[in-house]
Design a protein around this ligand. Structure first.
Ligand SMILES: Cc1cc2nc3c(=O)[nH]c(=O)nc-3n(C[C@H](O)[C@H](O)[C@H](O)COP(=O)(O)OP(=O)(O)OC[C@H]3O[C@@H](n4cnc5c(N)ncnc54)[C@H](O)[C@@H]3O)c2cc1C
Length: 481
């Protein structure tokens, strides 16, 4: 990588942006070497990753182009950053003298267009802000990840994020119409906003999900939908078997219904959210929404499907509505969590994967059995399916453990990675994807070749072509050799 000193990198950056937008010392710089994957190390003030040379706050696409040109010419590693809510090490600076290129100042909502039903914004626009403005106009983006108050549009597109209403609106890949991105040589590229295209491959998908390893996303245009909150109908059930729960989710999906929410919690995960009624049982949840006749017909059909399974017991829909209203994470909740971890020495993480219907129950059972048998000090192990499709579903494993007799830097090797490894191994073995929506980051890149099989050729060639000097987010998606 670069032979430039930290001082020379800062001097070079000062020729592009004013010094007051360059952070080159202090706590913020240390915190920029990691993300939530190393939250325990950061809570303890232990920094195991190389501290970056600088954080640079860019105000425009042109500045990003100049910074990437400078970095490319001098082989400096660049870690793109927006809302900093990454969970898989995507923001870790794994080589000395990296630049963290922060786009959170680029927060202009360029246009909300109710005729063409599309909204265009800069990468640093918070999804919460964008969706609030759309809702005030009777519209919505339909995107609702739990990190909605934390994440920004560039990061959401870069990670192929998905939201709580994905069964109806899709993931971000179904929402992005067009975008602007800057490549390492400084090339600014725009993909225009059109309803559909068949002029060759769909190059949006080279950019969506690149996790900052190919290019920097500077502007995004997403679809809009009419917002009908008054028509929402919540449905909730308790039942004893995950296998049956998966089967009911499958029946709803393959019959062609599109509830906005379709979720199944196992007893341990359910107890976490629904202790007041779950009584150690699984919880099945649906929400239908949209124009009144569609919302009503969807709810009626789901109730009919569930009624064919007398093992399911309906619960008061008000419980489900209340749960939903308190699901998202804001900065206060993040601070609260950190405080709790410091006090209790008990910490939780998640891993989300996807697989076809015929394999989901077997995967769930295998992971639960192996993690319980192989990992010490667990205080909670559970999972839920939260995004379903015609051919399969995802499962989001949650796990908490007590930190016993370890130094902060041993949390990952003693607990987190052994659990993640079991989940990834069991998923890939059954033909599933090791990564449903949090991105590969730095900690699932070890399995990237197994994940892709022979199609790794396509992915690797993209990296070699667009980032021949390997300056874009080293270690993410593509493992460091
Ligand atoms: C409490 C919590 C709940 C979450 N819930 C969900 C959820 O429901 N669904 C979901 O999908 N995810 C969820 N996440 C994960 C995370 O919020 C998403 O991955 C989100 O898309 C990240 O957006 P961000 O702006 O914070 O990006 P960042 O954290 O800043 O970056 C994420 C990754 O994208 C790259 N990147 C960032 N900006 C750009 C850019 N402009 N151009 C190129 N690359 C870039 C970074 O290098 C990094 O690899 C959750 C996270 C937390 C902490």
């Amino acid at each position: 990588m670069t032979t430039l000193s930290k001082e020379a990198i800062i001097e070079g950056l000062k020729k592009i942006v004013p010094g007051d937008r360059i952070v080159s010392e202090g706590q913020a710089l240390k915190e920029s070497s990691v993300d939530r994957f190393r939250k325990y190390e950061s809570i303890c003030g232990v920094w195991t990753q190389p501290i970056p040379a600088a954080i640079v706050y860019a105000n425009s696409t042109e500045e990003i182009a100049k910074i990437l040109t400078f970095a490319n010419e001098n082989k400096i590693n660049v870690v793109p950053r927006n809302g900093a809510s990454a969970t898989e090490g995507g923001l870790e600076t794994v080589v000395e003298n990296s630049i963290v290129l922060d786009g959170s100042n680029m927060k202009k909502i360029i246009k909300i267009d109710p005729v063409n039903m599309q909204a265009t914004c800069e990468c640093g626009v918070s999804l919460q802000e964008l969706d609030d403005q759309c809702r005030a106009m009777g519209l919505t983006t339909g995107h609702s990840p739990q990190s909605k108050p934390l994440a920004q549009m560039g990061g959401l597109v870069a990670t192929r994020s998905t939201g709580q209403f994905s069964t109806l609106y899709g993931g971000i890949e179904d929402m992005v119409i067009g975008l602007e991105a800057v490549f390492p040589g400084g090339q600014i590229t725009r993909i225009k906003n059109i309803p559909r295209r068949a002029a060759g491959p769909d190059i949006r998908h080279v950019v969506i999900g690149n996790e900052g390893t190919l290019c920097y996303i500077t502007e995004v245009t997403v679809k809009l939908f009419p917002y009908y909150p008054d028509n929402n109908e919540f449905m909730g059930y308790v039942l004893d078997s995950m296998k049956l729960g998966f089967e009911i989710l499958r029946e709803v999906m393959v019959a062609g219904y599109k509830p906005s929410i379709a979720r199944l919690y196992d007893p341990e995960d359910g107890a976490y959210h629904f202790s007041h009624f779950a009584n150690n049982r699984c919880v099945l949840i649906f929400m239908s929404e949209g124009p009144k006749p569609i919302a009503e017909a969807t709810a009626t059909a789901i109730k009919e499907i569930v009624a064919k399974h007398p093992e399911c017991e309906a619960v008061d829909p008000m419980y489900i509505q209340r749960w939903f209203e308190h699901l998202n994470w804001d900065p206060a909740k993040v601070a609260e969590e950190r405080e709790e971890i410091a006090q209790t020495q008990n910490i939780g993480h998640t891993t989300e994967v996807s697989i076809v219907w015929s394999e989901i129950a077997g995967l769930y059972e295998a992971v639960m059995k192996r993690v319980r048998a192989e990992v010490p000090d667990l205080t909670m192990l559970g999972g839920h399916s939260s995004h379903s499709y015609m051919n399969g579903t995802n499962i989001y494993f949650m796990y908490y453990y007590n930190l016993v007799d370890i130094k902060p830097e041993e949390e990952i090797s003693k607990y987190h990675m052994p659990i993640k490894s079991i989940i990834v191994e069991e998923t890939i073995k059954r033909g599933g994807s090791m990564c449903h929506h949090h991105g590969v980051g730095k900690h699932r890149s070890h399995w990237i070749k197994e994940e892709y099989g022979s199609s790794y050729y396509i992915l690797e060639t993209l990296k070699q072509s667009f980032d021949p000097n390997g300056i874009m987010n080293k270690g993410s998606i593509f493992p460091v050799k």
